[in-house]
Design a protein. Structure first.
Length: 502
């Protein structure tokens, strides 16, 4: 029987997506890849993200040679018609609901099980069913994954006798340090494919068919399997040993710190999460990295990443419209345009410039600077989700929907996390070097130097006092409102904000 053609989406680029084993495509199946211009035309993506995705797709096609039919088309439907006609085609379960609806509407396409994750959807459904009487919590899920995949386990017990080393992994940056004393992140060398991608993006912009935000400097993230493996090796050897202690810290001159920067190749499908956590565990067992940092890294991939993927599908499409706090304020123009120069607050200006220049920041700037600002000001969570999706090189619908709606904006009312994640300037001051030269003072609630994050924090608590007073993790914070003799002035200041030019 002739092997059916197999369709690879642009985030299914690793060898495991073309492997016939484990419910994969037919053995030796001819492959199809479709570069659909409509994807870039629908949204105003970050230029560096568009470059990375197209570069990765074209590099993969070059590697596959005659086995792949690479089609450039206006839409996926037109591309599939050109590549396969009416022939039967298989595809691994796509990573977005929109893509799943597309392939599900095509009679010629058979959808195979998802690949690229540690936990199958069926196994997660069984686990979730066992917790139907209570809320699903990441910590419970994480321990279940650790046991099932024998990750950092000594028999039936967690390595080191503890599941969680968060306390060791929350240190501020070293006092007085501008950067961490560690070898920098792995960086690729661009080639002629990158040059052609940049040429095409320039041309499409001139023609007015697409529009981007952000800057497209030299490519910073892997676009091939070989580059992704080199980046993984570099991280495990040189950066994993220092990853843990300062994973929640921020430094203006060192945005990467000891983070892996592996989210982009993971989300392109160039790496499999199993090989990432296995290499990290091996480094610990070989004495090359401390357990606390390795556990923190494993938690990010085998815990949080897997959890977010599963919840994206588990919560259903209605989750997208959740808005428990009834936030409806439009995103300001300076934020949409990544105009860091329009912002006075140094923490926000610094992080927004990082996004503008690279399409990436690590999880704490995303949550406690960008997301916190949006939460405090009551920005529309759907618009915030879309912004993160478009502006981050590792941003995909399945990644950003639970992360933003659930964790960052608390728009699901606590389905995913137990409290809103926001703070005043004191947290940012403690965990970074961003506040010292700032025009504002992190401890000031009133006056010309009042920190916008401190003002915003108390304003947020006041606005949602009734709801948050019943949350056991927020009771103390809410009661703190009663001690603010200057609350009227704080609320007046919050209405002005004053940390961005008109």
């Amino acid at each position: 029987m002739t092997a059916r053609q197999h369709w690879l989406f642009g985030d299914q680029l690793g060898p495991h997506f073309a492997d016939h084993r484990h419910h994969g495509p037919d053995a030796h199946a001819p492959l199809i890849m479709i570069e659909a211009r409509s994807v870039l035309a629908r949204r105003r993506f970050h230029r560096a993200k568009a470059h990375l995705v197209l570069s990765a797709m074209r590099h993969r096609a070059a590697e596959l040679g005659d086995r792949v039919r690479y089609v450039q088309a206006r839409t996926y439907r037109e591309g599939l018609a050109e590549a396969a006609g009416r022939d039967r085609v298989t595809v691994c379960h796509p990573t977005s609901r929109r893509a799943l609806e597309l392939v599900g509407s095509l009679d010629q396409v058979e959808v195979l099980p998802a690949k690229g994750f540690l936990v199958t959807m069926a196994d997660f459904a069984s686990w979730a069913g066992e917790h139907a009487s209570g809320r699903l919590r990441m910590e419970d899920f994480y321990r279940w994954v650790r046991r099932g995949h024998e990750l950092l386990m000594d028999g039936d017990e967690p390595a080191g006798g503890r599941w969680n080393f968060d306390e060791e992994n929350r240190e501020p940056p070293p006092r007085g340090a501008r950067t961490l004393d560690v070898l920098g992140p792995w960086r690729p060398d661009e080639d002629e494919i990158d040059e052609r991608v940049r040429h095409d993006l320039d041309r499409w912009e001139r023609e007015g068919t697409v529009s981007f935000v952000g800057r497209d400097g030299p490519r910073r993230f892997p676009a091939t399997r070989r580059e992704a493996l080199a980046s993984l090796r570099h991280f495990v050897t040189h950066r994993l040993p220092c990853f843990g202690p300062h994973e929640d810290a921020m430094l203006a001159a060192d945005p990467a710190l000891c983070h892996s920067l592996l989210s982009a190749p993971l989300n392109l499908g160039l790496l499999h999460p199993a090989e990432c956590v296995d290499r990290a565990e091996r480094a610990w067992r070989d004495g090359a990295a401390p357990l606390a940092g390795v556990e923190g890294f494993v938690r990010q991939i085998a815990g949080w990443r897997e959890y977010v993927w599963q919840l994206y599908w588990h919560f259903g499409e209605d989750y997208r419209g959740r808005n428990a706090l009834r936030h409806t304020t439009p995103l300001p123009g300076w934020f949409l345009d990544l105009d860091a120069d329009a912002v006075t607050a140094r923490c926000l200006a610094t992080v927004l410039a990082q996004v503008r220049d690279t399409g990436w920041t690590h999880h704490i700037p995303r949550l406690m600077v960008l997301g916190s600002r949006a939460l405090q000001d009551g920005w529309d969570p759907a618009a915030v989700t879309d912004w993160f999706h478009r502006c981050f090189v590792d941003g995909y619908d399945w990644v950003m929907l639970p992360n933003v709606v659930g964790m960052s904006q608390y728009a699901d009312g606590g389905l995913m996390t137990t409290k809103p994640y926001t703070s005043g300037g004191s947290y940012i001051n403690r965990m970074s070097d961003l506040c010292g030269p700032c025009a504002y003072r992190p401890g000031d609630r009133a006056g010309e130097r009042a920190c916008p994050y401190t003002v915003g924090y108390w304003s947020f608590l006041h606005r949602h006092r009734q709801r948050l007073a019943g949350n056991h993790r927020m009771v103390r914070a809410v009661r703190g409102l009663d001690r603010l003799g200057d609350l009227p002035e704080v609320l007046e200041r919050a209405a002005e904000r004053g940390d961005a030019t008109p």
